[in-house]
Design a protein around this ligand. Structure first.
Ligand SMILES: Cc1cc2nc3c(=O)[nH]c(=O)nc-3n(C[C@H](O)[C@H](O)[C@H](O)COP(=O)(O)OP(=O)(O)OC[C@H]3O[C@@H](n4cnc5c(N)ncnc54)[C@H](O)[C@@H]3O)c2cc1C
Length: 404
């Protein structure tokens, strides 16, 4: 063991060395996809990472990322046709990891558009609706969002959704309030879930910005995912044409079909968050000196690094196997809930350990890790809290629903 760490890092860059793909999942991709992800990484490390901390502090979104990602043709990468690149599940997951390791909000913004917005239209739209919205969304000329949660209804969306939809001739009249909706302060269209007054079923509607009766208000005071722009949406006699009612979104079972696919994306986002925090901690451990030697020299610090790497590697490989199942059309609801539950829990542990390695500096934005520590809290709770996902797994294991 030498006194000098083999991988000393200058500390001047906001991007630590890329050490978190321990089992080399990238090798599972073909050369062209690896090259594309290398371009994504280069762009994020060069143009976004240097300005990310100030954006986090000011709770501002780096809008320049939209045309840059559009140019690399990344949106809708899981889907084929309708102008989507058709790169498949594993590519899509590892793309989320690249975004999250630089800043978790980048992956969550992208997921709101490509996973939740485009994903709902791809799964629940008619042929005409897919032709109408997916190509401009794949070009990122139109940005999407997904509005399910309400001020009084989160986990209990299936039973409790209070936003209403009333059919009136060729239009639907929507009324209600949505809370937490990512991208909604500035996006072009929002998939709104509302209960049909006639049959009591939850249905999906595409509401375009500018529709009378649709207003958004940025949520302030958020201590996690500050770069992500979350909004309260008010629907006040908001009229949308029947052509905007998603043809195959006719009950909460259809909402759940969408969430099944996006929970895998969230698990990837969490794995990328843990990986980013681990990489920052590893770099810091090699350059921070105490007792006359780098703290990486201490056994207890190495133990933390090994535990973080174990969490990250287990999370990434779990997601990669699920991506194979999803690609084959075989991924079950309880399988993805297990991943969402496990990976976000492991990530919460990882980011805590990563912060610990920084000592007091771990709560200073200049040292980056605190963004991951805070952001992991939101990822832990959205798209089904840990409890809700464990109840889905428990129901599958026992055949008994224990939700209420
Ligand atoms: C940063 C952020 C971004 C978000 N983005 C979006 C978005 O874009 N679109 C969107 O629609 N929503 C979004 N959400 C909302 C998110 O999906 C909800 O926060 C989540 O579903 C949990 O709902 P809740 O916050 O109302 O918590 P609650 O449902 O009130 O739950 C509170 C606690 O009670 C527990 N609990 C509830 N029911 C049970 C039960 N039956 N058994 C055991 N425990 C239970 C929960 O697990 C949790 O610990 C976002 C949230 C955050 C924080």
């Amino acid at each position: 063991m030498t006194e000098e760490p083999a991988d000393a890092w200058s500390g001047s860059s906001p991007v630590p060395p890329n050490r978190g793909d321990f089992y080399n999942l990238l090798a599972l991709l073909p050369d062209d996809q690896r090259a594309l992800l290398a371009d994504v990484r280069h762009y994020l490390e060069t143009d976004i990472a240097p300005v990310i901390t100030e954006h986090w502090e000011r709770a501002e979104f780096p809008a320049q990322i939209v045309p840059a990602l559009a140019k690399m043709n990344l949106a809708g990468s899981k889907f084929t046709g309708y102008g989507c690149p058709g790169q498949g599940e594993l590519f899509h997951g590892l793309l989320n990891v690249e975004l999250a390791r630089i800043d978790p909000s980048l992956a969550v913004f992208f997921g709101g558009h490509d996973g939740l917005g485009m994903g709902t239209i791809a799964l629940c739209g008619s042929e005409e609706q897919k032709q109408r919205w997916l190509p401009p969304m794949a070009r990122m000329e139109k940005i999407g969002a997904f509005a399910l949660t309400e001020p009084d209804v989160g986990s209990d969306a299936a039973r409790g959704l209070a936003t209403t939809a009333r059919r009136d001739g060729d239009t639907w009249v929507l009324n209600g309030v949505k809370k937490w909706i990512g991208n909604a302060t500035w996006c072009d269209l929002v998939v709104v879930w509302a209960r049909d007054e006639a049959d009591g079923q939850v249905k999906g509607f595409v509401v375009e910005r500018g529709t009378p009766g649709f207003t958004t208000e940025k949520m302030h005071g958020k201590t996690a995912l500050r770069i992500m722009q979350n909004a309260l949406i008010t629907l006040d006699d908001c009229r949308v044409p029947e052509a905007n009612r998603l043809e195959h979104a006719n009950s909460f079972a259809d909402t759940a079909r969408v969430l099944r696919t996006t929970r895998l994306m969230v698990a990837w986002q969490a794995a990328g968050t843990g990986r980013g925090a681990f990489e920052h901690a590893l770099a810091y451990a090699t350059r921070r000196t105490q007792f006359g030697r780098p703290i990486a020299r201490f056994q207890l610090v190495q133990d933390l690094l090994a535990r973080m790497l174990a969490n990250t590697t287990a999370s990434l490989t779990m997601c990669a196997r699920l991506a194979e199942l999803a690609q084959a059309g075989d991924m079950q609801e309880e399988q993805v809930s297990l991943a969402k539950m496990y990976v976000t829990t492991a990530t919460r542990e990882t980011v805590g350990w990563a912060r610990e390695v920084f000592g007091g500096n771990g709560v200073l934005l200049d040292h980056h890790v605190t963004r991951y520590t805070n952001d992991a809290e939101a990822i832990y709770s959205f798209e089904g809290t840990r409890e809700i996902n464990s109840l889905i797994v428990g129901r599958a294991l026992t055949g008994i629903s224990a939700f209420v």
